[in-house]
Write a protein that binds this ligand. Sequence first.
Ligand SMILES: C[S@@+](CC[C@H](N)C(=O)[O-])C[C@H]1O[C@@H](n2cnc3c(N)ncnc32)[C@H](O)[C@@H]1O
Ligand code: SF4
Length: 406
Amino acid sequence: MKQAFDVVHAMRPGLLQLSSLPPLSLYVHLPWCIKKCPYCDFNSHEWQDGKQGGKQGLMPEDRYIDALLADLEASLPLVWGRPVHSVFIGGGTPSLFEPASIDRLISGIRARLPLEAEAEITLEANPGTFEKDRFKAFRAAGVTRLSIGVQSFNDAHLKALGRVHNSDQAMAAVEEAQAAFETFNLDVMYALPGQTLLDLTKDIETALSFKPPHISIYHRTIEPNTLFAKHPPVLPEEDDAYAMMDLITDITGAAGLQRYEVSAYAKSGHKCWHNMNYWQFGDYLGIGAGAHSKLSFAHRITRQVRYREPQLYMAQALKGEPATLYEEVKREDLPFEYMLNALRLKEGFTLTDFMARTGLAMTAIQKGLSAAEAKGLIVRDMAKVWPTERGFDFLSDLQELFLADR
Ligand SMILES: C[S@@+](CC[C@H](N)C(=O)[O-])C[C@H]1O[C@@H](n2cnc3c(N)ncnc32)[C@H](O)[C@@H]1O
Ligand code: SF4
């Protein structure tokens, strides 16, 4: 249904009863990269090919920031008066933007939204995007947390992944982040083309030698519509990939990082607030090309999607019409949607939170919980439900138990 920004529609009576609205985060998408990686299905567009209207270095940064602020302005009625606890500037490669543009963006957000004083503001940065002193300038612009897309420290694997940076650049970027930020994250992928258990051990040990407060370690997937889907590389066997996961949990645990979500490991006090809010089924307003939003109202939960193509997005946002899709989440889909997020967390969820966030009664998940428990995929007490180790290993099977009967 195309029904952008109709706040009156969103507020009208409905079947759900949300006792209170969840915490709200802001996601900002910056859609350009130097080069498209062959495994990536994010909404990222090569800048240097000129198709986006110019050469690298001439990205329409000013126009894009104007568009983001116009988008935010048009979206305000949907989140009126709600405090914002975190901002995540993702991509794409946000570190391609000048620190002055990020400064203007963050100031523009602060001027329009009640951003909490201690709000976490993360920016995704790629190695090889002029890190010397740039990271410090991002810090000065108000970014509190940097997330660096290292992927690997092995030159052969970086090449196979089509990355524009090498291992030395990855290490230089991490050192810069260490110097400029109190908290930062490293993104690493495993089960890479040609990767052995020994290669992975070296990668994780190198990553941990920088003492990152947070590390995200993703099992490399082959996404449809990517170059890897068309020309699949030779990948490690499934058994090896399982062994890799066990190895990762052991090494990170020994280094004092707790696995708190399927792919996320953190030292105490360094969990990513923004991602926690997604996993706890909190609300988020997503601005920027292709960004998704999930916003709750007293009687419904809604989703929005922005125009995906950057030039079209800018034109639409500047007209005050950035969204291409607005829909209400169907009541029967809410249990599955909730579990897609909450069961990714080691600590699981509380029954009170389930009811508060979905507006549903416990009876809506009773059948799924009993089936999951019988299969040894969850444990529960009077107040909480959390996945077992087996539940983590077979997460999609576990989540599917909460699909609506159709
Ligand atoms: C939004 S992406 C990109 C961030 C940044 N542009 C970069 O590439 O370094 C965030 C993370 O998702 C992970 N990722 C992207 N595609 C993936 C895939 N096909 N399989 C597993 N992880 C993936 C990468 O670790 C990446 O750093
Ligand atoms: S740099 Fe990151 S966002 Fe850009 S194409 Fe590569 S993986 Fe995707």
